[in-house]
Design a binder for this molecule. Structure first.
Ligand code: C5P
Length: 404
């Protein structure tokens, strides 16, 4: 499958103000270009003290602008021309001084000038602050940040951690990959704004003895993609994850569990607090009644060990029956006859929407095909990568919330 191009057709003005985090902006240009964007770099004089325009020109494949008197523009109005072309202006790093300038509407260099001159309704401004933790915590900076938010500016970060000055605290610029992910999220339609979404993902693991257990091949990729897509759509997301090797999508609250009962116990108190519950987890149907205390050994008889099994709670069906249940979405991973099994599962679990897919054709892979089954019938979301499918499914769910 081709590499994702989530910023295809987007033109980004990337502004750099002065700060050691400028070195991360070189990587950010690469990330943005890789995601399909065209990038116009604009630097302040202070930024040029940290990184050269040559580096950024080479990475963006465009001449860098830094002066409002740049004679290359026929009308000599770089601030107007550059800001009119942009789909967004991202200032990364945004120094404490630059934030203060934005708040005051100062315009004594090209970058602040174009931020002021941009059509405010059409060209959003995002800033990624980067500064020493004392500068960040200072009431003046916090006042400026609050005012910037009121003015419609989107703040990305900052992060906490080690700082170039040797101190530890809030004020690090987000990493390039995270900034790129935030920008991609920024452009997604906010169809779940203000909603809370609860998602289960991955397999469960039911111990047989201290070293073995019953699990399955679910990778958790679909559930994690849904968590990312729901958060991109403006939702507050809680992700209850079985044992998987996946990083938590940005801005998502994650609760890790091992067994079906732990997943059940994590989900139940959360469910009434959420508007939507999406059960993507491949929960083990059965578990050993009790895990053996010690590793089960071969005893030389050739007979396999016998252990009693018992049924796990059905998390989805339990949530669907709660008074004031969230809008419930179940998954049906089948090996054949997806539509029939999905229809039956919808009725059996009493949920409004079941999403069918072929387990062996998708477990562990990056793509999938989904079949949506609700009371009105069926609709296929054709084969594509899981994040695209997740975004489509989020839109389908959002529609059903507004027009049941
Ligand atoms: O019954 P079956 O496992 O085929 O149903 C699949 C759907 O039910 C999925 O949405 C899965 O997450 C959910 N499920 C659950 N708890 C179980 C078994 C399945 O929430 N114990």
């Amino acid at each position: 499958m081709a590499e994702r191009q989530d910023l295809d057709g987007r033109h980004i003005v990337l502004g750099l103000s002065g700060g050691i985090a400028c070195y991360k902006s070189a990587e950010l240009v690469r990330e943005l270009v890789k995601a399909g964007a065209t990038v116009q770099v604009v630097m302040t004089a202070a930024a040029e003290a940290f990184i050269t325009p040559v580096t950024l020109q080479a990475l963006s494949n465009r001449p860098v602008y830094s002066s409002q008197w740049d004679a290359r523009e026929a009308n000599n109005m770089a601030h107007i021309n550059l800001s009119r072309e942009a789909d967004a202006v991202l200032v990364a790093p945004a120094s404490a001084d630059f934030l203060a300038k934005l708040v005051q509407g100062r315009a004594d260099d090209l970058l602040s000038l174009l931020c002021l001159a941009r059509p405010i309704e059409r060209v959003p401004l995002l800033v990624a602050p980067a500064m020493n933790r004392e500068m960040w915590a200072h009431p003046a900076t916090q006042r400026n940040v609050a005012q910037l938010r009121l003015d419609g500016t989107t703040l990305l970060g900052p992060d906490a951690g080690d700082q170039a000055c040797g101190e530890i605290g809030d004020g690090r610029m987000l990493e390039a990959e995270a900034l790129c992910e935030e920008l991609i999220a920024f452009f997604q339609p906010k169809v779940l704004a203000g909603r809370r979404v609860l998602i289960t993902a991955g397999p469960t693991f039911e111990a047989i003895d201290p070293v073995r257990g019953i699990t399955n091949l679910s990778s958790g990729k679909m559930g994690f993609a849904l968590a990312r897509a729901a958060r991109e759509a403006g939702a507050e997301v809680t992700l209850v994850a079985g044992p998987v090797h996946l990083g938590t999508p940005r801005g998502v609250r994650r609760i890790d569990v091992q067994t079906a009962r732990q997943m059940h116990d994590a989900v139940l108190p959360e469910a009434p607090l959420h508007a939507v519950f999406i059960a993507t987890a491949a929960v083990a149907d059965w578990r050993p009644v009790a895990a053996a205390e010690h590793k089960l050994k071969k005893d030389g008889s050739g007979r396999p060990p016998a252990f009693e099994m018992t049924e796990n709670p059905d998390i989805l069906a339990t949530v669907a029956r709660l008074p004031g249940a969230p809008y419930c979405v179940g998954f049906a991973a089948e090996s054949h006859d997806v539509a029939r099994h999905a229809r039956e599962k919808r009725l059996r679990k009493q949920v409004p929407l079941i999403v069918g897919n072929l387990g062996p054709a998708t477990f562990g892979l990056d793509h999938n095909t989904l079949l949506l089954v609700d009371e009105h019938g069926e609709r296929e979301l054709p084969t594509t990568d899981k994040l695209t499918l997740a975004r489509d499914l989020v839109r389908e769910i959002a529609q059903r919330l507004t027009t049941p």
